[in-house]
Each structure stands twice: as C-alpha cells, then as structure tokens.
Design a protein around this ligand. Sequence first.
Ligand code: RNT
Ligand code: ZN
Length: 412
Amino acid sequence: MKRYDSAKEIYASYGVDTEKAIDALKNVTISVHCWQGDDVNGFDNPDALSGGIQTTGNYPGKASTPQELMADIDKAFSLMPGKKKLNLHACYAIMQGEKVDRDKIGPAQFEPWVKFAKERGMGLDFNPTFFSHPMVKDNLTLSSPDEEVRRFWVEHGKRCLEISEYFANETGIPCVMNIWIPDGYKDVPADRLSPRLRFKKSLDEILSIPYDKSKVFVTLESKVFGIGLESYTVGSAEFCLSYACKNNIVPLMDNGHYHPTELVSDKIPALLAFHEHLGLHVTRGVRWDSDHVVLLDDETKEIMKEIVRGNALERIFIATDYFDASINRISAWVTGVRNIQKALLFALLEPSKKMTELQDKADFTALMALSEEVKTLPLGDVWEEYLEREDLKNSYIDDIKEYEERILSLRK
Ligand code: RNT
Ligand code: ZN
C-alpha cells in the first residue's frame, strides 16, 4: 500500500479529507519576496541597506544584476509547489538608459519585470522603498519635518501606486502594494505626536490619487522598533491599525514586528472580526526582527491554523519577508516558502470541527489530548503526495548544489 493511501485512511478516521486539503493548498497563492535573492540591495542605488533592517552573512553567489536575480527567482520558484506571485520593491527598478529617481519612476522601469511575470503567468505585488536612499534624512521619510524630504517621499508613494495599477492591468491579477516606513528615533524623542501627524498627512496625500481599488490593495505595515531606531517608531501598531481602519486600507502584520511574547496568530482572528482583508509578512525573528528563514515551527503552524480555521484563505494576503545572507540564498527562499505551505497543509488536515465542538463543550481534557494526537499524524506522507503531483520531491538540496556549482560559483 502506498504511504499516501494509508495516510488518507488515517486522516479519514478523524473525519479529515486529505484530497480536499491538497486541493485547497494548491490554490493558495504565496507572494514571494524578491529581496531574499540579493540581500535587499536592489538596482536603483549604490546606497547601503538602511532603515533599521539588516542582512547578515556573505555567502557567495549573490545576484547583482536583474538577469541574475531573474534566473535565481526562476530556480527558486521551480522548487516551490503551488501558486506564487512575485513581490517587488521599488528599488528593483531597472533603468532604461537614463537614471530616474524614486520620485519619478514609472511603468517604464518595471517593464522587464512585467514581461517576466507575464511569461510565467503570475501576478506582481509591490512595495515603495522608503530606505537605502540619500533622501532619507535623519532616519525619516514620510514623517520628516523637512518639507522637501517629505514631499519627495509622498511623490514616491504616488508613483508606486501608479506602478501597482500598471502591474494589475498588465498581469490581470490584482496587486497588493505594501507601505512600510522605517521612520523613528534611536533615543527618547521630545515630540512623539508631530511625526505621526505628518505620516498621517503623507499617507492621505499618497492615497488621494485615483486608483482602482478592485485592482490595487494598499496594505500598511507597522513595526515595534528597528536597529538604531530603538526608542520610537512612527508607524507603530496602534498608528497603522487605526489608519487602516479609518481609511479603508488593509492592515499588514509582520510577525517579526511585535514584542517577543505577542503572537500574530492571536491577532489574526482579532483583525478578521473587523477587516475584509489582512496582509501578512511571514518571517522568523530570533531575539529580534532578524528575518531568519521561516521554519516549520509552532508559531508558523499556529498562524496558518488561524487562517484556515477562520476560513480566511481568500481574505488574507500571505507574503514572505526574510533575508538570510549566510546560506545559499535560493535554498533560503525555497525552505521558507515550503515551510509556510507545510504549515498550511498541517492546518488544512486539522480536525477543526471536532476540536471546536470540544472547546464549546468545555471538554478541555479531550481537546488537549486530540490536539497533541494530531501532531504526529502522517503529515509528511500527504506533503510528499502533494509534491509528487506537482512534479517535485521533498529533498531539493541536490538541485540547489548543482545550481550553485554551475551558476552561483561563477559569480564574482
Ligand atoms: C522591515 C519590514 C519590511 C521590509 C521589506 C524589505 O522591518 O519588515 O517589510 O522587510 O519591505
Ligand atoms: Zn515585513
């Protein structure tokens, strides 16, 4: 008997249909970040990575041209099952001869990306880049008291909305545009309100341009602190959530952006009670927002469980956001995305109806016992069956090593 057939029977005895789970998983789109491929460098600017985020490590073979990054994305995507979208940052603009600054970029600088996406039948998501640029003044962008600086970044935001709409129109797939600013202070500020009021005004200005709200979903990502910006963050959780509520945009939670004992898994159902859509950046923070590669750990599983239990697969934009420069970057990409998918499968195979009944009957003894019991059911056999149907294998390291030897090792 095939291992999958036996697993199917085992899950059936819990009232769980593995075929339904596989079908559901196949239809979940993961928006995969492009920035794992080159340590969040981008192509538009020689400036070092700023904004309180950091990539550590210098594993050889990093992509440093659009061609290299595209080739690496192809390699990484070929090892990921399921539906993918490519999530770009504005700093990945590809200049066509003349250099255009971020307040002036437009569709022209993203044509090659659109061509790339269309050829692969996939959608594109987008992010304005409010960091790694000389116009970031005193660690501030949209909240800067310097009107010239603030205006520059408002213009950047507007250009990015136009580019997002262009992506949606060209690919025929809606585009999620995520706004995150690093703005903050290293030490105790004298005025915590004015920067937030300026950020609010800047967001209002960006969102005042007309755009098709059925094609472009604007998300707003909050944060607790950044490196060198420890004492005060303009775009805090309360600020971003309130702004999203009042202005009908989508809140986005990055699970590296909270105090370590706060859990995004618990925040998901809280926000689902009020928002039609939610955005997620799935990452793994080790002691801080370190953006380690996502593993199949408890919180990743818990996050996916809350999405599945809430019947919210259609309502939540799941995106990845991690960057490890200390290991093969393609492997990092693949490992993180596959773990999100494995966690989703684990959630889809949960006997959630039965468990909810136990909760409602207040039979917490049986609930605990069942929750622990399902942890050792043959998830791996269903996962391998899914991969087989997608023409993939559970082990992918040989493929990565081959690509490393043939392509990455030749890079300077
Ligand atoms: C930073 C945020 C943000 C960035 C990307 C590059 O802490 O998580 O999402 O990681 O925009
Ligand atoms: Zn993020």
